[in-house]
Design a binder for this molecule. Sequence first.
Ligand SMILES: C[C@H](O)[C@H](O)[C@H]1CNC2=NC(N)=NC(=O)C2=N1
Length: 97
Amino acid sequence: MALQKLNHAERAEALTQLPGWTHEPTRDAITKTFRFKDFAAAWGFMSQVALAAEKADHHPEWFNVYNRVDVLLTTHDCDGLSKRDVALALVMEGLAG
Ligand SMILES: C[C@H](O)[C@H](O)[C@H]1CNC2=NC(N)=NC(=O)C2=N1
């Protein structure tokens, strides 16, 4: 069965668990900008997220410059926001400290 997009109630619930995350309607994605002490800290975060993402077979769209990591999460398989995006966002929150 195809992965389902989150319904209204599920989206609202997800965003209450994810401070600093914003819904981006054009892509039906959630986004956040993380800032770290320096480039090494940002890259360390990205390395840890990359391992978790690969394990879950669910990957972020992201952009890094120096200590900043802009993240966009959406599910290509259903062309919108799914529980996999919420799960990866929660992993990121845990790793960002
Ligand atoms: C074949 C593979 O399982 C799929 O392409 C996975 C890989 N990573 C993915 N990542 C994201 N963000 N969305 C997907 O739909 C997705 N699909």
